[in-house]
Design a binder for this molecule. Structure first.
Ligand code: MEV
Length: 437
């Protein structure tokens, strides 16, 4: 049985690799080599990646691809996308091309406010905490002056502080709600530093507040942290065209538009569908979030909470047909940055920003919302017409061929054959068996 290890983080990288190989990878004689195969040849670049996290052993590659032809507010973009899902970039590219020929995407940022909370207990009189809050509020503001200085100079910083009473839901529970403008930064470090500084001030001032002293009842801070729920940091993206313009070789525009709108209505009504529908949207959003070194867990958490804001979980996209026009749009809460974090550290992230023509955070929000809308358009279009498996399995074919260790010639023959035939794992196995006989 494996034993716990102490002082692991202090070991050298070579010692860590030796330890994992000896303790968990005994059955794989190639394990050390596999880890080393993914090291960067340039030691300084490898060091950069090693330093992103603790206990780095190797690098985990994901494809970095490009979806071109995104016309957004009249400007042409090629979107860098990082994803492991074979059909995502192809679907985005198809949707981009489709809408390029129909006027492109329009996108606008609705709001950019971030927020955080100081959660605390208070079991005294409600009036006392309200009085205290009014007195302490300017002191809380003053206490973060140093942290805020640079952000403020650029036009951002703390916006508002308010006291929220939640004691009717959880006995003695209150929080201070703090709102921020963090400009081109996602702002997590900035917000958390401000909140933690304000906690110190809050606690110190509370200890000296006479009313609390008299009753010997003080507020007790439980924690302070930013919120990844950012419904006041909102972006909207849209496509629209005449219904007839949706007509393609295989589908008549009006019928397609009606089926499409119906599919969105189903995703608004039924959680089981909505989750998959929104997952498809996030295939596009996350791929750009990852390529630009942003925090996809934060984005995911916030987006899904937003999808459930009306007390049920529904579609993030909307569609309608009005006066012969088809309109399809998305509204997403996105707290993302173009400075700070990995954005200026990871060489591929820096390149992604160059490809995107150095957007600011607002522009990036628009690009991501468009990526989500395009991805959803591609998915729903397939779903209401051919089904997704045709396109999906075509893209997956190369993964199956690689899994089955097909040679270049075998791959070429398979690609030719599956232009006309449906792909399935078992069919590819038989195809290769036949070739190899
Ligand atoms: C697959 O990754 C995403 C889809 O399931 C999305 C959807 O169903 O809308 C195709």
């Amino acid at each position: 049985m494996n034993q716990p290890v102490t002082g692991f983080s202090k070991k050298s990288k070579a010692e860590k690799i030796e330890w994992i190989a000896e303790n968990y990878l005994q059955s794989n004689p190639n394990s050390v080599q596999i880890l080393k195969n993914y090291w960067n040849d340039d030691p300084s670049l490898q060091q950069l990646h090693d330093d992103f996290i603790e206990n780095t052993l190797s690098n985990y590659y994901l494809p970095f691809g490009i979806a071109p032809n995104f016309l957004i507010n009249g400007k042409l973009f090629a979107l860098p996308m990082v994803t492991e899902e074979s059909s995502v970039v192809a679907a985005a590219s198809n949707a981009a091309k489709f809408w390029l020929e129909r006027g492109g995407f329009k996108a606008e940022v609705i709001s950019t406010e971030k927020n955080g909370q100081i959660h605390f207990n208070f079991f005294g009189q409600e009036k006392d905490i309200e009085d205290f809050f009014e007195i302490v509020k300017p002191k809380l503001r003053d206490s973060i002056q140093t942290i805020e200085k640079n952000m403020k100079a650029r036009g951002g910083g703390l916006l508002e502080l308010s006291l929220v009473d939640k004691s009717h839901i959880l006995e003695g529970y209150f929080y201070i709600h703090a709102t921020f403008e963090t400009l081109d930064a996602m702002g997590a470090n900035f917000i958390n530093s401000c909140l933690e500084q304000m906690v110190h001030t809050f606690e110190e001032e509370a200890r000296n507040f006479e009313t609390f002293q008299k009753d010997e009842t003080y507020p007790e801070v439980v924690m302070s942290i930013l919120s990844n729920y950012v419904p006041e940091c909102l972006v909207r993206a849209e496509v629209s065209c005449k219904v007839e313009e949706l007509t393609t070789k295989h589908y008549e525009g009006k019928h397609f538009a009606e089926k499409f709108v119906r599919a969105i209505e189903i995703a608004k009504t039924e959680t089981r569908r909505a989750v998959t529908h929104n997952k498809g949207i996030m295939n596009g959003v996350d791929a750009v979030v990852l390529a630009t070194g942003n925090d996809f867990r934060a984005v995911e958490a916030g987006v899904h909470a937003y999808a459930a804001r009306n007390s049920y979980y529904g579609s993030l996209t909307h569609a309608k047909i009005e006066d012969g026009f088809f309109t399809f749009w998305i509204e997403l809460p996105l707290a993302v940055g173009t400075v700070g974090g990995l954005t200026s550290l990871h060489p591929l992230t820096k390149l992604a920003f160059e490809i995107l023509q150095k957007p600011d955070a607002k522009e990036l929000m628009k690009i991501m919302a468009v990526a989500g809308l395009a991805q959803n358009f591609a998915a729903v279009r397939s779903l209401v017409t051919t089904g997704i498996q045709k396109g999906h399995m075509k893209m997956h074919l190369m993964n199956i061929l690689n899994q089955l260790e097909a040679s270049t010639d075998e791959k070429n023959e398979a690609m030719e054959y599956y232009k006309e035939n449906a792909v399935s794992h078992s069919s590819v196995v038989s195809f290769l068996e036949n070739l190899r006989q």
